[in-house]
Design a protein around this ligand. Structure first.
Ligand code: ADP
Ligand code: ADP
Length: 230
C-alpha cells in the first residue's frame, strides 16, 4: 500500500522528516501519533504526492505518488480540508467523483445528474443531507470536516490518509467519522493512515501506532501493546 524508505523532507534548515522507513500493508489501520511539529502532516503529504521528499523513496499502491492514476486512488482528508467555501456543499463533495480534484477548480464542475444520488448518499452518511445545497462557508468547522469526509466517501479510494479528521467533532461524530474512514479503506481492501491525538479513537479504530518525534519514527507497534505511559 505504502512504502517509505529513508525519506527525508527538509524545509530550509528544518528536517520535517528525517530518514523515515515505514511500510503499510493492505488492511492495516495505522494511527500516527506525535507532538505538534513532529512530522505527521509532512508524512501524509509525502504519501499523497503533494510534497516530494528531499531524499529517499516513496511507493504508493505500487507506483509513484506523483502519478495521476495513483493519486486518484489515494483519498486524503487534509487538516485544512481543502474545500471551496463559496460553493455549495454538493459541489465540494462532487469533486471526489473526479479523477483529480486536487485543483480547487475541480470543485467548480457541475454535479452531473448521475453523480448527484451518490453525493447525496454520502452526505446522508455523514449526517449532512439537509445542508446539501447550502454554501459551504456557512457551515460550522465540524460540519465542514464532515463535507471533506463525504468527498472522500464518493471517491472510494484504496488508501485513506487523514490528518486529524475528527479534530472539530464531538466524541459521537468523531467515532462515526473514524468508522466511515475505516470502512472506506476496508471496502477496497486498502489501508488507513490517520494522524490522531485522541487515545480512545486510536484504541477503537486502529491496529497499529506509529509515533513520530522530530521527524523520526520513535515507536511502531500494535495498538494492543500501547500503554498510557507511551
Ligand atoms: P505535525 O503534523 O506533526 O504537526 P508537520 O509535518 O506539520 O508536523 O511539521 C513538521 C516540521 O516541519 C515542523 O517543524 C514544521 O514547522 C515544519 N514545516 C512543515 N511544513 C512546512 C513548510 N511548508 N515550510 C516550512 N516548514 C514547514
Ligand atoms: P443559486 O442560484 O444561488 O446558485 P439555486 O437555488 O439556484 O442557487 O441552486 C442551488 C445550488 O444547487 C446551485 O449551485 C445548483 O448548481 C445546485 N443544484 C441544484 N439542483 C441540482 C442538481 N439537480 N444537480 C446538481 N446541482 C444542483
Amino acid at each position: 500500500m505504502l512504502r517509505l524508505a529513508g525519506v527525508t523532507v527538509r524545509y530550509g534548515g528544518t528536517a520535517a522528516l528525517d530518514g523515515v522507513d515505514l511500510t503499510v500493508a493492505p488492511g492495516e489501520r495505522v494511527a500516527l501519533l506525535g507532538a505538534s511539529g513532529a512530522g505527521k502532516s509532512t508524512l501524509l503529504a509525502v504519501a499523497n504526492g503533494s510534497v516530494a521528499p528531499t531524499a529517499g523513496a516513496v511507493r504508493v499502491l505500487g507506483g509513484s505518488p506523483a502519478d495521476r492514476r495513483v493519486r486518484a486512488r489515494v483519498g486524503t482528508v487534509h487538516q485544512s480540508l481543502e474545500l471551496v467555501g463559496r460553493l455549495r456543499v454538493v459541489h465540494n463533495v462532487n469533486a471526489g467523483l473526479l479523477a483529480d480534484w486536487s485543483a480547487a477548480r475541480a470543485a467548480w464542475s457541475l454535479v452531473r445528474p448521475q453523480g448527484l444520488p451518490e453525493v447525496l448518499a454520502a452526505l446522508e452518511r455523514v449526517g449532512l443531507a439537509d445542508r446539501a445545497f447550502e454554501r459551504t462557508e456557512r457551515l460550522s468547522g465540524g460540519q465542514r470536516q464532515r463535507v471533506a469526509l463525504a468527498r472522500l466517501l464518493v471517491q472510494r479510494p484504496d488508501l485513506v490518509l487523514a490528518d486529524e479528521p475528527a479534530s472539530a467533532l464531538d466524541p459521537v461524530l468523531a467515532d462515526r467519522a473514524l468508522t466511515l474512514l475505516g470502512e472506506t479503506a476496508a471496502a477496497r481492501g486498502g489501508a488507513l493512515v490517520a494522524a490522531l491525538h485522541d487515545p480512545a479513537l486510536v484504541r477503537r479504530h486502529c491496529d497499529r501506532v506509529v509515533g513520530l518525534a522530530g521527524g523520526r519514527v520513535v515507536l511502531d507497534r500494535p495498538v494492543a501493546g500501547v500503554s498510557a505511559a507511551d
